[in-house]
Design a protein around this ligand. Structure first.
Ligand SMILES: O=c1nc[nH]c2c1ncn2[C@H]1C[C@H](O)[C@@H](COP(=O)(O)OP(=O)(O)OP(=O)(O)O)O1
Ligand SMILES: [Mg+2]
Length: 194
């Protein structure tokens, strides 16, 4: 029997990555858009508060358990920016192309290109669940000036993994999930739900 779960996100890249891990272990993931749930507010300065906000919002509007993901890229030379503000780094409306352009421009004068992706997942059984289940993951890399690869989404063409000699967008979906902040967080979450 498969278990239905609402993904409290409108990001198709996240949906794909989650489905690849959760499908084989018996979960059917439904993006909140299928239930006409509009995007949640993301007003907080911490990832975990935004992920909780997203999960509660989707669960409240669907009456089903929901999984929220808040994630971003944190660049050391920029004091951790864009961090929690990654999706709207270059302003509204959010645009991966403009975000990447701004990231490369802001980093041009810095020698230290190190960065990490962060992802926190929050699962709620219902909108007022007093014990949300929380798991997170970190993936270290460097920001490069020229894009590489066509896979993934967001900042992936500019996120280089030195040990692989590749950018995240050059990895297969399975390779990315095995290493990524999101893959790590999801596997940790699944362990907690068992
Ligand atoms: O694996 C990743 N590969 C590339 N970029 C990534 C990744 N993970 C997060 N990111 C970037 C995309 C976006 O600029 C921000 C997430 O923002 P975040 O608000 O969590 O997601 P979102 O607005 O795209 O969808 P939603 O809020 O509906 O889940 O970090
Ligand atoms: Mg968002």
């Amino acid at each position: 029997m498969t278990q239905r779960l609402i993904l409290a996100s409108n990001n198709a890249g996240k949906l794909k990555e989650f489905s690849e891990i959760l499908g084989p272990i018996g979960f059917t993931l439904h993006p909140q858009g299928e239930f006409n749930v509009p995007e949640a507010e993301e007003p907080h300065a911490t990832f975990v508060e935004n992920a909780l906000e997203k999960a509660r919002h989707a669960s409240r509007l669907t009456g089903l358990p929901a999984l929220g993901d808040d994630s971003g890229v944190c660049v050391n030379a920029l004091g951790g920016a864009p961090g929690v503000w990654s999706a709207r780094f270059a302003g509204e409306p959010k645009s991966d192309a403009r975000n990447n352009e701004k990231l490369v421009a802001d980093l041009a004068a810095h020698a230290d290109k190190s960065a990490y992706y962060y992802c926190v997942l929050v699962y709620v059984r219902h909108a007022d669940d007093p014990q949300p289940v929380i798991a997170d993951g970190v993936w270290e890399g460097e920001i490069v000036a020229e894009p590489r690869g066509k896979g993934g989404f967001g900042y992936d063409p500019y996120f280089f993994i030195p040990s692989l000699g590749k950018c995240a967008a050059e990895l297969t979906p399975a390779e990315k999930n095995a290493l990524s902040h999101r893959g790590q967080a999801l596997r940790a979450l699944v362990e907690k739900l068992k």
